[in-house]
Design a protein around this ligand. Structure first.
Ligand SMILES: Cc1cc2nc3c(=O)[nH]c(=O)nc-3n(C[C@H](O)[C@H](O)[C@H](O)COP(=O)(O)OP(=O)(O)OC[C@H]3O[C@@H](n4cnc5c(N)ncnc54)[C@H](O)[C@@H]3O)c2cc1C
Length: 410
């Protein structure tokens, strides 16, 4: 077999290499889950990670409390070129299975809005559970281990690393994606996929704030820190969640969700008064001759209303006489409030993105075992794949479910 190399060989040479049944690259959410599962199956498992500590993303996720799963999970909560791909693993390892695992370890957790489950104390409690499972399953975890070269010969994978040379029959790539490079995120998994001739779908930041240029950046900066409960639509998907004004644009859960569906050059549409019969209420205001500003303040913060009326004065009047506004103008104004159409200039990039859209093409791997169809013994799990969840614990659930499905198949 040819020797596939993605970097030049290390100057270090080792006369001997260490053999393990399974080597997993990446001691993150999916890698640790897969390792424990395979270890319990009696496999000798070694996990290699270049970071100083395992599972850095779990530690900081969910504001330090890790939103580790959701009570309501379906394939609808995921973006993938093959929308059916996630179904098998998610149905074999549903959120109830992960909840059962953490309850067995006595983790205190709480349910928040929209079915999100968080640790009650610290996300590090969850890392401890995964580490304990790995210990019980006899898994070795080697951190500060930089992967320098990978080759495949005679059915064996050979990894040259800063900690020595390792060989295995089965190699699992659980190295995650590009978001948050400061937590040691890299594109190694994509390089390995390409090395073995697998297609990688173009990546872009997801669950990310959106930036604005020019006057909108200035306007949003003036409202920085203000949050609104609205509905946001991008690319045909709508989310009823809060948005937050920032110095560079818009953030908050509604915007992060919409960012997964937003494409450069496309608009986002915000309904400032979701679930309200806006036109009927405006007609009632007209009948009463009541104040537009006061009516808006029933639903929106005063600062927002003041700015809004400056940006969009009704009939060019800061304090319009409602009794004299035509029904057509009112209808048009209502539309403006319900379909506030904005054009972001960009996203805030991978450094601020919780996830990466795109990745290893799921057509290249088995949805049951996660083994590459063209390359025996090579597996891809977690976020390195072209699978991205919505905000709300869906990304971790994908890491757990793909890790377990692969671990059982090794
Ligand atoms: C700030 C933030 C908050 C988040 N909050 C949530 C949340 O609350 N709920 C949720 O569901 N999802 C959340 N996510 C997303 C979630 O963290 C990821 O989807 C999940 O961790 C992916 O798991 P993984 O195992 O695929 O990759 P990771 O957990 O990222 O693990 C990959 C591992 O591979 C290692 N690695 C990378 N490159 C190399 C290399 N070249 N050599 C050796 N090792 C390497 C890394 O050090 C890391 O340990 C959040 C993400 C971020 C950035």
């Amino acid at each position: 077999m040819p020797d596939h190399s993605f970097t030049s060989p290390s100057s270090n040479t080792y006369s001997e290499s260490t053999f393990r049944d399974v080597i997993i690259i990446g001691a993150g959410a999916s890698g640790l889950m897969c390792a424990a599962t395979a270890g319990y199956q009696g496999k000798q498992v070694l996990v290699l990670d270049h970071a100083p500590k395992a599972a850095a993303k779990i530690r900081i996720s969910g504001g330090g409390k890790c939103n580790f799963t959701n009570m309501d999970i379906s394939s609808e909560n995921y973006i993938c070129q093959n929308p059916h791909f996630v179904k098998s693993a998610l149905s074999r390892y549903p959120s109830s299975a992960f909840i059962e695992l953490v309850e067995r370890h006595g983790l205190a957790y709480e349910q928040r809005e929209l079915g999100k489950l968080f640790c009650s104390e610290r996300a590090s409690d969850l890392i401890q559970i995964l580490r304990t499972e790995c210990d019980w399953a006899g898994v070795e975890v080697q951190t500060r281990c930089a992967i320098q070269q990978l080759s495949y010969e005679d059915g064996l994978y050979r990894l040259t690393t800063s900690q020595g040379v390792f060989q295995c029959a089965k190699l699992v790539v659980a190295s995650g994606a590009l978001s948050f490079a400061k937590l040691k995120a890299t594109g190694l998994g994509y390089d390995i996929a390409r090395q073995f001739g697998l297609n990688v779908i173009e990546t872009r930041p997801g669950l990310v704030p959106l930036s604005f240029a020019g006057r909108w950046q200035k306007r949003f900066g003036e409202l920085s820190g203000l949050a609104l409960d609205v509905s946001v639509t991008a690319g045909g998907r709508s989310f009823n969640e809060a948005i937050l004004f920032t110095h560079t644009g818009l953030s908050g859960p509604g915007i992060l969700q919409a960012s997964n569906y937003w494409q450069a050059g496309e608009p986002i549409v915000i309904n400032l008064l979701p679930k309200k019969d806006v036109f009927a209420e405006l007609l009632a205001l007209k009948k009463q001759g009541a104040s537009l500003s006061k009516w808006l303040q029933r639903y929106l913060p005063k600062r927002m209303v003041q700015q809004w009326l400056e940006w969009y004065p009704l009939n060019d009047q800061p304090q319009p006489d409602m009794a004299n506004i035509s029904d057509d103008s009112l209808r048009h104004y209502g539309e403006q409030l319900m379909n506030w159409t904005l054009y972001p200039s960009d996203t805030a990039g991978y450094d601020k993105a919780e996830v990466t859209l795109g990745g290893v093409d799921t057509d290249e791997v088995s949805q049951k075992s996660f083994e590459a169809k063209k390359q025996p013994g090579l597996y891809f799990i977690g976020e390195v794949l072209d699978v991205t969840g919505h905000l709300g614990g869906y990304n971790f659930q994908w890491a757990w479910a793909s890790g377990v499905a692969c671990g059982l198949a090794l």
